[in-house]
Design a protein around this ligand. Structure first.
Ligand code: ZN
Ligand code: ZN
Ligand code: ZN
Length: 556
C-alpha cells in the first residue's frame, strides 16, 4: 500500500525533477528488503507430493508458490541421516551435521554415556508447563542460523519467532538468538498447550496464554473425513489395506475418524499431531503470532519459521500411498492459503518472502513395496545388537564391547577395549566384516575410513561424510539396501526415514514473494544452499558454518 502511495506521489510530481528524485530514492530505500522472511518446513514432504496431488490443490496454497514463485525441482539433502533434527538445522544453518553437530534426533553422548535428544537441556526450566517437554534449547547446535545472522546484522532489532508442534522443529530453525520458539506440550497428559522454555523467557506472553485458554486444540477434535469424495482420491491406494496403523479403539484404518471418541485411547492431545488438524492449529498459532509479535511491521526484516509436523506423524502411521496422507496435504494446502492471505493482509502483498521445503522425505511402507515386487524389508536392530555383542565376546573374550546402537551407527566401548589391551581398529574391522553378512545391510564403514573420504570416492560416501561428526558420531556406520529400515513394533505398518536414497533426500524447495522471480529449474540444489540464498537476498552474513551457494537464479 505504501509503495502505491509513493508511486502516486511520483506521478503527481513528475514535472518537478527535484521532487521526483527525492521520491525515487525513497522508493528504493523502502524496497530493499522484505519486511518478513517466512521459512516453512513441511515435515516429511516428498517432492512428488507436489506433483502427485497437483490436480487437487487449490490456487492459493502450493500452487500460488509454484505459479508466482520459483520451483527448484531437483532439490536434495546431501547427508545421512535424513531426520527431523538434522533436517531443520541444515536448512537454517546452510551446513551439514559434520559442522552443525545435530547428527540425529537423538544420539549417544559419549561423555554422558547415554542417549541425548538434540534439544534437551537440563539447565533450562519449562515455561507454560511442568513437563520435561519444556526443558529444551538449541545449545547442542554448534552453528548459527540465517535468523541469528539477521538479528546480529540488525543489532537485535529484527525479530525471530519459531513455531512448530515439535520442539526441535521450532527451536533448531529459529536459532540461538531467537526472541521465542513455541512448541506443543506433547508430554503425556499435556493439556494441549503451546509452551516454551526459560532459554527464551520467564513467562509466556499474554497472547500465548490467551491462545491456550481459548480451547484452540480441543476444538479440532472433530470428525476427520476426507475433504473431497473419497472415491475421487485416485492418486492414492485404497483406504482399507494392511499397510496402515489402526488407531486404538478402531477396527480398520479407514475414514471417517471420530477424533473426539478416539482421543483418550490415542494419547489425548498428542493425537492432534496424527491428524491434519495439527497443521491447522499450527497455522492458527502462526497467524496470531504475526500480529502479537508485530512481525513484518517495520522496515527491519523479521524472520518467522513455521514447521508443520502433522505431515510427518500421519506419514509415519499411514505411509506415502495412503488416502490419509493425501488428505493431510490437501488440507495443508488450505492452511497455507489461509496463512498467505493473512500475510498479504498483515504484512502486505509483495512485502514478504517465503521459502517452503521439507526436512526429509520417506520411503514406501515395506510391505507395500514387497506387494509390488520391489525389494524392501525391515531389519531387527536390537537382535543384531545382541548377536554382535555375543560375537565380539566369543572373539575377544570380553563382554559388552558394544555400548550403543542408534542412527545406523555402533558405538564401541573404548574403555573396555583399552582396559583389555584390545586394538580398537582391529575390533572395528572384525565387527564391520561380520555386519556385512546380514542380508539387508549393504555397506559398512568405520570412522577412520569416513574421515578420509574424498569427493571422488562416491556419492554415498559424500553423504556419509557430510553427516558424520567426529566427536559425536559412532565408530561404525552401516547402510541398508534401498527401501529397508529398522524394525520396531510401531514401524511394521507405516514408514520411517533415515537414508540417502532419493525417496528420503528429494524434497520440494519453493521460493516466493519479494525479490523472487517466477521460474523453475531441474538443476540440482541442496539443503545447504537455502540459508545462503536468504542471506544473499537480505545482504547479511552467511550462517557461520554454511558451505552452500546462494541460488542466484531465483532472484528478481
Ligand atoms: Zn521430520
Ligand atoms: Zn486408510
Ligand atoms: Zn519422521
Amino acid at each position: 500500500m505504501k509503495n502505491i502511495f509513493y508511486l502516486f506521489l511520483a506521478l503527481l510530481t513528475c514535472f518537478s525533477c527535484k521532487a521526483q528524485n527525492l521520491v525515487n530514492s525513497e522508493i528504493i530505500e523502502d524496497n530493499e528488503n522484505p519486511k518478513l522472511v517466512v521459512g516453512i518446513v513441511v515435515d516429511q514432504m516428498r517432492y512428488d507430493y507436489l506433483t502427485r496431488f497437483n490436480n487437487k490443490y487449490g490456487e492459493g496454497g502450493f500452487k500460488r508458490l509454484i505459479n508466482e514463485g520459483f520451483n527448484c525441482k531437483n532439490h536434495h539433502f546431501n547427508y545421512i541421516p535424513t531426520k527431523t533434527g538434522p533436517g531443520h538445522t541444515s536448512i537454517y544453518t546452510g551446513t551439514t551435521p559434520k559442522y552443525h553437530g545435530i547428527i540425529g534426533n537423538d544420539w549417544f553422548d559419549k561423555a554422558l554415556s547415554r542417549n541425548v535428544n538434540c534439544v534437551e537441556d537440563n539447565e533450562v526450566t519449562p515455561v507454560g508447563t511442568v513437563s520435561n517437554d519444556g526443558k529444551k534449547s538449541p545449545h547442542r547446535m554448534l552453528a548459527t542460523t540465517v535468523a541469528d545472522e539477521n538479528r546480529l546484522f540488525n543489532q537485535m532489532r529484527a525479530k525471530t519467532i519459531g513455531i512448530s508442534l515439535k520442539h526441535r522443529g521450532a527451536i533448531l530453525s529459529a536459532g540461538h538468538t531467537a526472541n521465542a520458539a513455541y512448541w506443543f506440550d506433547y508430554e503425556h497428559n499435556g493439556e494441549g498447550n503451546w509452551i516454551t522454555s526459560s532459554f527464551y523467557m520467564d513467562d509466556l506472553p499474554k497472547w500465548v496464554i490467551d491462545f491456550n485458554t481459548s480451547n484452540a486444540a480441543e476444538k479440532y477434535f472433530i470428525e476427520w473425513n476426507t475433504l473431497f469424495d473419497i472415491n475421487s482420491y485416485t492418486e492414492s491406494g485404497s483406504d482399507l489395506n494392511t499397510f496402515e496403523r489402526i488407531f486404538n479403539g478402531k477396527e480398520t484404518s479407514t475414514f471417517p475418524y471420530d477424533l473426539k471418541a478416539l482421543k483418550t485411547e490415542n494419547g489425548n492431545f498428542d493425537m492432534i499431531a496424527v491428524t491434519p488438524f495439527g497443521n491447522s492449529l499450527t497455522t492458527d498459532f502462526a497467524i496470531n503470532a504475526i500480529d502479537a509479535e508485530a512481525l513484518g511491521k517495520d522496515e527491519i526484516t523479521d524472520v518467522l519459521t513455521i514447521s508443520y509436523s502433522s505431515t510427518d506423524k500421519v506419514g509415519h502411521d499411514f505411509g506415502p500411498n495412503s488416502i490419509e496422507v493425501q488428505d493431510t496435504y490437501l488440507r495443508l494446502d488450505l492452511d497455507l492459503e489461509r496463512l498467505f492471505n493473512a500475510l498479504d493482509k498483515k504484512v502486505g502483498k509483495g512485502e514478504y518472502t517465503v521459502f517452503l521445503t521439507s526436512d526429509h522425505g520417506a520411503p514406501n511402507v515395506p510391505n507395500f513395496s514387497i506387494s509390488n515386487k520391489i525389494p524392501s524389508g525391515l531389519f531387527d536392530e536390537s537382535k543384531m545388537f545382541d548377536e554382535m555383542n555375543s560375537f565380539l565376546e566369543n572373539k575377544f573374550k570380553v563382554s559388552g564391547l558394544i555400548l550403543s546402537r542408534i542412527n545406523s551407527q555402533i558405538y564401541l566401548n573404548h574403555e573396555e577395549i583399552n582396559a583389555n589391551n584390545l586394538d580398537l581398529e582391529d575390533v572395528k574391522e572384525v565387527l564391520s566384516l561380520k555386519l556385512l553378512e546380514y542380508r539387508l545391510i549393504d555397506k559398512v564403514y568405520i570412522t577412520s575410513e569416513i574421515n578420509q573420504f574424498e569427493e571422488h570416492d562416491g556419492y554415498l560416501e559424500t553423504l556419509l561424510k557430510n553427516g558424520h561428526n567426529q566427536k559425536r558420531s559412532g565408530d561404525i556406520l552401516f547402510v541398508y539396501n534401498p527401501e529397508v529400515f529398522k524394525d520396531t513394533p510401531w514401524n511394521r505398518t507405516g514408514t520411517d526415514h533415515h537414508s540417502g536414497f532419493n525417496y528420503d533426500t528429494h524434497v520440494p524447495l519453493l521460493f516466493f514473494g519479494k525479490g523472487i522471480i517466477q521460474g523453475q529449474t531441474f538443476k540440482r540444489t541442496e539443503v545447504i544452499d537455502i540459508a545462503p540464498t536468504i542471506s544473499a537476498l537480505l545482504g547479511i552474513s552467511f550462517p557461520n558454518a554454511s558451505i552452500g551457494q546462494p541460488l542466484e537464479f531465483v532472484f528478481d
